[in-house]
Design a protein around this ligand. Sequence first.
Ligand SMILES: Cc1cc2nc3c(=O)[nH]c(=O)nc-3n(C[C@H](O)[C@H](O)[C@H](O)COP(=O)(O)OP(=O)(O)OC[C@H]3O[C@@H](n4cnc5c(N)ncnc54)[C@H](O)[C@@H]3O)c2cc1C
Length: 507
Amino acid sequence: MLSVFKKICLISAKPKTHTFEIIRSASQIPQLSSEKYGNVKRKDFSAVQANDVKFFRSCLGEDRVLTDENEVLPFNIDWAKNCRGQSKVVLKPKSTQEVSKILSYCNERRLAVCPQGGNTGVAGGSVPVFDEIILNMTLMNKVISFDDISGALVCETGCILENLDTYVRQHGLIMPLDLGAKGSCHIGGNISTNAGGLRLLRYGNLHGSVLGIEAVKADGTVIDCLKTLKKDNTGYHLKHLFIGSEGTLGVITKVAIHCPAKPKSVTLCYFGVQNFENVLQLYKSAKLSLGEIMSAFEMADFESINSTSKILNLPNPIPDFPFYVILETHGSDENHDKDKVNRFLTNEMKNGLILDGTVVSEPSKMQAIWNIRENIAPAGNIDTYLFTYDVSLPINHYYEIIPKLRKRLGDKVNFVCGFGHIGDGNLHINVVLPEYNEEVAALLEPYVYEQVAALQGSISAEHGIGFRKSHYIHYSKDESALRLMRDLKTLMDPNGILNPYKVLPDE
Ligand SMILES: Cc1cc2nc3c(=O)[nH]c(=O)nc-3n(C[C@H](O)[C@H](O)[C@H](O)COP(=O)(O)OP(=O)(O)OC[C@H]3O[C@@H](n4cnc5c(N)ncnc54)[C@H](O)[C@@H]3O)c2cc1C
């Protein structure tokens, strides 16, 4: 442990908290999306008939076709309790061939399908809007091959991110992404949303680390781009079409992904900062001082940390400050890393940019700090209603929207907080209130998107467009880009059966 801080706090190790229980009690059942978002109309798809269920059972067997209303319900509700679909059938394929058979049949019958991974998505893309069939990928969860020299992991897309990380760590590598939902989200969901997460700053995004993809098109055709090569310039880079396509262009069944080396030394600094300008100065200075070893630079305001700490009873190891920064390093030489970190902290405490904090390198203590950060979003969703936004902004304007929203919403909400991945310009905005309220909804949307567009930002940094933002996509994509997106959709899914009502707005 380093010792430059005024006060080094010992943090008690808490067990990991994964608050992504998919089972919901009756009181948690949200309004149907079709009622809540009244402007959406069911498209002209067929409805599932007894014969269809018979066909699915002939492909998958009795157990992997769910039709009981209570069994199907949790798969109809999204993590944020924002959306509820009315699907009557959940299918759980175990192989690419089964996915292909199901899609080919659904395409013929004009039955709409909603692909679903771990159902931790927060844009409403993972649950149906009407009665789309839910194609849940949970049982496609096998590792196919792993090369610990090249770092290429090949697996089915229903594998849970945290399980994959545990697996590759045994071989001296790590998964290239990490996020708060890792205990439930699937690698297939991560790729379909182009998830970013806590260490994108260091390990890059999935367009860089995904080496190859196998996907099934709406008509059942299997597209095999499952290469494990780092370099492959043979024509169009088709895998990129599926990354971030949110289940609208195909169902991703297998992935080859590059895993970087597990760092030999990891250090976590958690400190308090007086104002947002100082957070930015610290980020600039950390990049210069720490260089290649900086793996994460996260910021959270007082409201984010204070509310999470209180709601989930996770003690905050440092005193109250207007802003907090979590800075992590991943390196290969402990002494070298400690020297760099020590120099940086000493300088910035002298400069007054860091007010106080703690620095830890024991895994349990680091996890206790990450637990607070990773639970900011879940905490806003416990017994309250959460409006959550995930935007990209030019870094100088990153935090401006938070005080504006506080002023605009006043005491109509419990609190507004801002936190996120400073290094990527990605701000998460949480607005927490006792229950869904149309007046607040109207004050937030499209206001948030207008503000972001005015600053040349993006209305979705990493969560995707899904169902809830499809009507706002024009704030970040111009008409020519939308036209090409529609053309691609028509080419790959002419009947529009894959995840309808998502990503692309009605014309
Ligand atoms: C506490 C918490 C923290 C989070 N932190 C982050 C974060 O830091 N960064 C981030 O980017 N996101 C974050 N998320 C959002 C979410 O976890 C990610 O979007 C994640 O990648 C979704 O994975 P999933 O398996 O749960 O996918 P789902 O939610 O099931 O699905 C998401 C979308 O992908 C599609 N899909 C899923 N699997 C497939 C497949 N095999 N083929 C085709 N389409 C598919 C679905 O149709 C849907 O449109 C967080 C969520 C929570 C609850």
